[in-house]
Design a protein around this ligand. Structure first.
Ligand code: HEC
Length: 713
């Protein structure tokens, strides 16, 4: 049993029960909310989370707060605080930490309001702490049914909460939106944002509050859903408006003229497969223009020829759409990847800034979506200003002056019918990790990734809402292209400081993808596999690194002040590329001169690649490969190459799984669902006993291939 500690004392109020190093510890957090704890620095006259339009609009007048996920409506992840600067950042140390009771992917950006820090965790729970002492104030368990975890492509993560008028809002992995009393964590209202529970919708993104409405989208475009964004009355939870991101069945009538316009860019009977376009993360708001910007996701299925046979742009897939926040009506859109077919979402973080464009200040919207181009658009009209690649890519050779990509035809596997290695792969050149913009340097700091993946037409596509519907067959493509197909494609991650005016990198330094924070202290903060680092915003030189956190940091840091002292807070959680390693998901808070020490990690031996001998027939392995591609690849990824296509390390690498040694063990997980409580449900509804044997044969064959590759010729 662990307790949450402050810098000075072990709290009697123990919560967050965790059986040490159990990656599957999933007990509900419990806290005695009957004994309220008074935070150190609650705004004297205000109650907790007293956020309103006036305060959010004037966020720069209160730089010590972090009241919304991107700090300001423009979501620059920039703080005007400068007490911690280049000269003294080396003295940062751990002030306090709080363990979570859930060791899964942690991607949450905390909120800090009047001395209270609110943080969401995996499985959509919320915790509140005193921002100075770390004293736990309350916790909320959203009680998501664990089997819903198998209906979300990319782990049961949550990226943060929103605050408004004494309430904290969280979206849950099973699609609910919940308002909590910011003083106690007690639910005030809860609403189901999901159209039908027969489809696999999920929420991982942070809600935003604009003009008293809570705005939230959803995920699920891997599972055959139709995307939309909804706005709820922040006080009552009543639905105010809903904007669909793709058109529905024309025979049922379009919701509005925008859907009629969008339908002209689709072919065939796309609505039967959902169409996709889920807006699962990036949003921003500009109060001057009064525009809400939403980032729209990939097509469902991925393969455009199946989704919309004959092509078309397929609006509003992979687009930034500007909406009127009062009624959700369409204002403009810009599509980054027309007719997308590679899972190239434009749901990545969006930011608004004023930049000198051709010598004159211009308000722009910026995004670095999965497709690898950095876009600068006019914030008022959506007019294309510029786009240049920030990572290695081969799907397009550039963007023409009208803002349309010049595609590389060989990457259009859906039209050629031939397998292709496409760069970037479905994980994208940049994913959910917040980027930051510093008005001091004029640079955007973002984590970029060079990756590639094999795409091939799935000739056995068979849609099923309970499992993934991608329309691509990775294993068949790998067989078609041979073992060295990927050899010439760059891979790796780095932090890049991007000049959005000249569209060039100012500097790049290698390192894993993680969310960013820029500060007026001339600093950029970013996590990595061993903790949190601080970098010179001008040069990229590393100026500080935390002591080891024993678990990677992928979430975006925030900074705040209480009683004049500046703090930096970040969530640590699985991002270390190995599901089997012990994970220490926790909130870490740093300040100058502090020296709190984390407990020693438990000793751990990584699993070895030691599969049983491969004895199955080629035919059986091929059958297993097909079942794997349809049902398992989305989470478990390319077997033998460490991790999922979208979320490396968040799911077990099956090549090293002990279950490969016995069909009985394997079936217990895959057919009987003995790991349902951790989100690995039974697949008995789509895989029978023969299929499970085929799957295991395929996995053993892949594991042996990986072993042979490692041994060399
Ligand atoms: C939605 C994501 C998801 C999908 C899809 C999925 N799994 Fe899993 N799988 C998981 C998670 C999460 C775990 C880890 C569960 C735990 O911690 O006990 C897991 C664990 C396993 C394990 C046990 C690994 C070990 O050594 O402990 C096996 C075997 C497995 N999965 C096989 C499959 C097969 C076969 C399929 C396809 C039929 C599949 N999975 C589809 C998420 C998924």
């Amino acid at each position: 049993m662990r307790t949450t500690r402050t810098g000075t004392k072990t709290l009697a109020l123990s919560l967050l029960v965790l059986s040490i190093c159990q990656q599957n510890a999933l007990q509900a957090a419990t806290v005695d909310t009957a004994t309220p704890v008074t935070p150190s620095a609650n705004g004297a006259a205000r109650g907790p989370a007293a956020v309103d339009t006036a305060r959010l609009l004037a966020a720069d007048a209160e730089p010590g707060q972090w009241m919304s996920t991107g700090r300001t409506y423009g979501e620059q992840h920039y703080s005007p605080l400068n007490a911690i600067d280049r000269g003294n950042v080396a003295t940062l140390g751990l002030a306090w930490y709080a363990d979570f009771n859930i060791a899964r992917g942690q991607e949450s950006t905390p909120l800090v309001i009047d001395g209270v820090i609110y943080v969401t965790t995996a499985w959509s729970n919320v915790l509140a702490f005193d921002a100075v002492t770390g004293a736990p104030l309350w916790s909320f368990d959203s009680k998501v049914p664990r089997d819903w975890g198998s209906r979300a492509c990319c782990d049961v993560v949550n990226r943060g909460a929103a605050a408004w008028n004494g309430k904290i809002y969280v979206g849950t992995i099973d699609g609910r939106l919940i308002a909590l009393d910011a003083a106690t964590g007690t639910p005030v209202w809860s609403t189901d944002t999901v159209l039908t529970r027969d489809l696999s919708y999920s929420i991982t993104g942070a809600p935003r509050v604009v003009k008293g409405k809570v705005i939230i989208g959803n995920g699920g475009a891997e599972y055959g859903v139709r995307g939309y964004v909804s706005a709820y009355d922040a006080e009552t939870g009543a639905l105010d408006w809903r904007f669909f991101t793709v058109p529905g069945n024309p025979a049922e009538g379009f919701e509005n003229d925008t859907m009629r316009m969008a339908a002209e860019t689709w072919k065939g009977e796309w609505w039967k497969l959902g169409g996709g376009g889920t807006a699962w993360d990036g949003m921003a708001y500009d109060p001057e223009l009064d525009l809400l910007y939403i980032g729209v996701g990939n097509g469902s299925p991925w393969n455009q020829d199946i989704r919309s046979p004959g092509g078309g742009d397929n609006l509003f897939l992979s687009s930034i759409v500007a909406l009127n926040p009062d009624d959700g009506s369409y204002v403009w859109h810009y599509q980054t990847t027309p007719g997308e077919t590679w899972d190239y979402t434009a749901t990545q973080p969006i930011m608004v800034a004023t930049l000198p464009i051709n010598g004159a200040p211009r308000k722009v919207v910026m995004q670095a979506p999965k497709n690898g181009f950095f876009y600068v658009l006019d914030a008022a009209t959506g007019a294309f200003i510029s786009a240049k690649p920030f990572a290695a890519l081969n799907w397009a050779t550039g963007i023409d002056e009208k803002g349309r990509p010049i595609e590389n035809p060989v990457t259009r596997f859906d039209r050629t019918g031939k397998a292709a290695v496409v760069q970037p792969g479905p994980g994208g050149s940049h994913n959910w990790q917040p980027m930051a913009y510093s008005p001091q340097t004029g640079l955007v700091y973002l984590p970029a990734t060079d990756s590639a993946s094999i795409y091939a037409y799935d000739r056995n596509f068979n849609p099923n809402p309970l499992t993934t519907n991608l329309g691509i067959d990775n294993a068949a493509g790998a067989a078609e292209l041979g073992p060295n197909a990927m050899a010439d494609f760059a891979s790796g991650s780095y932090m890049v400081a991007w000049n959005p005016v000249t569209q060039q990198a100012s500097w790049r330094i290698p390192g894993p993808s993680a969310g960013m924070l820029a500060t007026a202290g001339g600093l950029v903060f970013k996590g990595d596999q061993t903790g949190l680092g601080a970098y010179d915003a001008a040069s990229g030189a590393q100026l500080w690194h935390s002591t080891p956190t024993h678990t990677g940091v992928a979430a975006a840091p925030v900074t705040y002040t209480v009683n004049g002292e500046q703090y930096v807070a970040v969530v640590a959680g699985r991002s270390n590329g190995n599901y089997y390693a012990p994970d220490y998901s926790r909130l870490l808070v740093f300040k100058q001169g502090a020296a709190q020490v984390l407990p020693e990690p438990v000793s751990y031996t990584p699993p070895t690649l030691n599969p049983p001998q491969a004895t199955a027939s080629i035919e059986q392995v091929a059958r297993g490969a097909e079942i794997y591609g349809h049902n398992c690849w989305i989470c478990h990824g390319d077997v033998g190459s460490a991790g999922g296509p979208l979320r490396r390390g968040l799911f077990p690498e099956l090549a090293v799984s002990p279950t490969l040694n016995s069909q009985e063990l394997f079936d217990a997980v895959v057919l009987q669902g003995v790991r349902s409580a951790n989100g690995m449900v039974s697949f008995a509804n789509v895989v029978n006993a023969d299929g499970a044997a085929d799957l295991r044969a395929y996995l053993i064959e892949r594991a042996n291939a990986a072993l042979n590759a490692r041994r060399g010729p």
